[in-house]
Write a protein that binds this ligand. Sequence first.
Ligand code: CTP
Length: 397
Amino acid sequence: MNVITGKRILLGITGSLGAYQAATIATKLVELGAIVDVFMTYSAKKLISPLIFQVITERHVYTDEEWWQINQKQFFHEKQYEADLLIIAPASGNTISKIANGISDNILVYTAMSVKCPIILVPDLDLMISDNFAMVENLEKLRSRGIQILMETDSKSKDKIIHVDEIIKFTRLFLSKNGPLQGKKIVVTVGATRESIDPVRVITNRSTGLQGWSIAQAALDAGARTILITTIHNKPVPYGTEVVKVDNAQEMKEAVLKEVIDADVLVMTAEVADFKPLNYSPHKLKKDDDLAMIELVPTDDILWHVAQQKSKSNYPKVTIGFASESQNLLENANIKLASKNLDFIVADHVTNFDENSETIFNRLTILYAGGEVEIIDDVAKSSIGFSIMERIEDLLL
Ligand code: CTP
């Protein structure tokens, strides 16, 4: 389930060399559950066959030939075209000029000028690097009418249009803007903290960050402004998140306390190290000398500090914690729920930790501050975000 599922998307294709990439765009949209109707100009048809799109979308493909044989107004009326979005990708200079100047002489331009839904326009890459005055002016005109223009920022890109993944990610984010949590700020912490012993050694744990990623994506899908405070620096974050990079518990604590000042929700999925070395050694410790006897001190409990701040400011409005327990699950999770002043805690039983697998939780137990206990069975770590977000919506709205 994602924000693209069930959406009616019109995909307009023009006679640009990037036309072949439209097949990948259509495939990805269909895979994500969209109902895709393709509109092709005469020149697009010369570059790629409509049959390809008919097979991908399993729907009729609209072309210029039939367009001239039907009554266009009636067509739109009969089809009751209540599309959620029109994506024109790739958009040739010719089509951009026509839409900008109201020259409605083909099926695609007519569609672009008739639909009530938002429009995302992805110009052909050659146009983007051109500083042709007419083109710059036309794009500006379209922008001022509220059309989203998606441009490649990497000028060295070899693609003919912006990378297809970027188009899909942008579309997903764009469609989520009016979601139930629009206007809300959600802070998600993710990853294992690293407490440095010396320049090469750290104390850490085996958190993969999978749950945090899933929760951040679900928050974005619900339309929330999403801040990701993360110790994972080498993996692309869900598109649209604002990222705060941290390493150790102290940095995470400072970042969290700063971000929750005006946040609606804090979701603390990070696995914070419980101890750190009392002293950091600027030189690599030798195993024969000091390494066997590192003195440890506890790290600050971040959620406890959040609770203290909340008692004065009332923010964040909702606080959620996670607990992985290997024994006495309910008892231990309940203690954390109360001591960290949480609205709910998500507890799971760690039996067999496999850091590389996309683990299925057999059973997740949610304990609420009011005393209720809820069980969710068989949930994949990567889709836990959706389940958690539903419960957050219930608390907030
Ligand atoms: N947590 C925190 N600050 C810490 C340690 C944990 O805010 N220094 C948060 C975690 O992000 C999680 C919740 O507290 O949401 C529970 O974490 P967990 O490691 O299970 O609990 P601890 O309080 O560390 O207790 P223990 O390790 O003894 O189980």
